[in-house]
Write a protein of this length. Structure first.
Length: 211
């Protein structure tokens, strides 16, 4: 679960590289997942396992609860003027919208989905502290799969750098490692040996023709 080199992520053929070319890439993290079978897509994984941020790990949920409590006191999460126009969704082309497997604006925990393709999903969160984009991607090779989490941040005020510096230890020591452990656990639960055997049995029953 080591932090992935930025160059490795940026070499991937992902839509986000052009889509958010002018937005700072803050962090890239990755976790290797076992190869149970070939051909698994990120969209299939998310559909079967559920939203990562919709059901965050307990440690992340605790930090989010504290963050939203403090944000409520200081008004950090109130809508900012023009926030809808500033949404990354405004950059979507007709082709992007037609290819997306999930409607724009679908809730993703505290964020919302901008687009979801077969192996790439971008979600965003806009408030008075920052405009953040979370990019999930899944890559398959000969030995297994690798799940990437890239975090993009666009400043919305002079407070943004101070806010990011304040939460930096929590993000790197708690949030990202916990999220990647959750991805690994959900992968095993969704595509583990027992699930694979069950799928095979279901397929065999489905292939049998009634006499």
């Amino acid at each position: 679960m080591a932090q992935s080199p930025r160059e490795e992520f940026e070499r991937l053929p992902l839509r986000v590289h052009r889509f958010l070319a002018d937005v700072a890439l803050l962090d890239v993290w990755a976790v290797d997942l076992p190869r149970i079978r070939g051909g698994i897509k990120l969209a299939d994984f998310l559909q079967r396992s559920g939203s990562l941020m919709g059901q965050p790990p307990p440690a992340v949920q605790a930090l989010l609860s504290i963050r939203f409590f403090v944000g409520g006191l200081f008004g950090w999460d109130q809508a900012t003027p023009g926030s809808i126009a500033e949404s990354f969704a405004g950059r979507l082309t007709k082709e992007d919208r037609a290819s997306s497997l999930t409607p724009v604006g679908t809730p993703d925990g505290p964020a919302s989905v901008v687009y979801r393709f077969d192996n790439e999903q971008l979600s965003e969160l806009i408030n008075r502290t920052a405009h953040a984009g979370a990019l999930s991607a899944l890559v398959e090779d000969a030995t297994g799969y690798r799940f990437y989490l890239g975090v993009y941040v666009r400043e919305v005020s002079r407070f943004t750098p101070l806010y990011l510096a304040a939460i930096d230890p929590f993000r790197k020591l708690i949030v990202y490692p916990a999220l990647l452990r959750s991805v690994s656990a959900r992968w095993d639960a969704t595509f583990g040996p027992e699930t694979a055997d069950s799928d095979k049995r279901s397929n065999k029953r489905g292939q049998r023709r009634p006499k």
